[in-house]
Design a protein around this ligand. Sequence first.
Ligand SMILES: Cc1cc2nc3c(=O)[nH]c(=O)nc-3n(C[C@H](O)[C@H](O)[C@H](O)COP(=O)(O)OP(=O)(O)OC[C@H]3O[C@@H](n4cnc5c(N)ncnc54)[C@H](O)[C@@H]3O)c2cc1C
Length: 408
Amino acid sequence: MTAVRTVDLAVIGAGPAGAAAAMRAARSGASVMVFDKAPYGRDKVCGDGLTPRAVGAMEELKIDMAGAHPIRGLRMIAGKQVRELDWPTTDRFPSHGAVWPRRRLDAALIDAAAESGAEVVWETEAMPVIEDGRVVGVEAGGRRVEAAMTVVACGAQGPVARLLGAERVADEPFGLAIRTYAATPRHADAHLEACLSLRDEHGTPIPGYGWMFPAGDGTVNIGVGALSTMKGFKKLNLNTLLEAYRRVVQDDWDLGPNLERPRAWRLPMSAERRHGPGWVAVGDAAGLVNPMNGEGIDYGLESGMLAADLFLDDPVTAPARYDRQVGERFDGFLRTGRRFSFLVGHPWILRPGLRLSVSTDAIANITLAVMGNLVDNTTPGAAGRVMKMADGALGLADPVLRKTRAKG
Ligand SMILES: Cc1cc2nc3c(=O)[nH]c(=O)nc-3n(C[C@H](O)[C@H](O)[C@H](O)COP(=O)(O)OP(=O)(O)OC[C@H]3O[C@@H](n4cnc5c(N)ncnc54)[C@H](O)[C@@H]3O)c2cc1C
């Protein structure tokens, strides 16, 4: 194989995380190549929900969001309790979110990367090339492309992660989620809906939630997600769970039939490594998904931008600095989230916990902040304080929760 190209940055994966890294680097004059094994216009199995944090990242990237359906807040349902709250006004993030079906969202992002000068190669699987323990670029479509740094933006870990030793941490939780679309007269609703008291067809509570995310185009994205910490996770049938949830929301939303076959995918919530000589992992490839809601578009955009900024600053030290800075921003919060997922894996904790989560406006506002990815290691105010306290308490309980975790 001959070296046919040399670029500054090679990016594997053209989802939000890869597009953000490519765009940011190309806009500063770096030569960038992005590879995706899927064709242009590919869909991603997703709820299509953009948190206010994601909208903030889109604004930072100067992406025109005219095509997205704006969202004012979240309706949380736990049993018979319903609480509808608007996203909070803070000086850190915008006070609105959006729903933007991924086919269109991801096209808008990668088009912006291409307009910024990144070369995007579709239908081409790329694999890192490792020489003397260092990633020196990628092999893709039968040619070699050398790069000062390679950004691994491949989504939920697969062959690339295996090659780099960057798979999910075996003992840590992960999620599975499934979604489809259906026509509804309520397609232009201004609130997302999350049913926190999800039950399977036998009435057993599931740690996870069901969602109705109105897309503003005649349809709603309907889906369910569950955490691997639940009893019986290996036998969980997501199609059946989705059908059970559909029956709950059918009348309220006057739902039409499924517009496509429901599709499921993984939600990675950890990674053994997210950097090494010559490479960094961003977005899902780095396990950056909130264990408390399964959302990761915002973290993908932020980590992609961070990787590019550090690369532009100094390519040689970028991977180590990236790992440190992404850790400072997310690790504490994600650790709390993973501990929380062991907690709610216990049904006798899940049930009262859910009632509590929306019991008063003050507590529901904290639930809202967590569900909107508005909390991280530096969040001020009640939500930040509660998360810090929760991290301490869950830290103490963690060994017991892991030991007593439900099997199977
Ligand atoms: C059912 C479900 C619902 C979800 N709902 C939401 C939601 O509402 N809001 C939210 O914020 N998050 C949600 N998420 C999570 C969200 O989808 C991910 O966090 C997000 O897509 C991560 O973006 P990414 O760019 O890291 O990876 P991806 O979007 O997965 O993109 C990875 C890309 O890499 C390409 N690729 C992989 N390997 C290679 C290779 N070797 N060579 C070339 N290309 C390769 C793939 O084709 C793909 O295009 C949901 C996830 C699921 C499963």
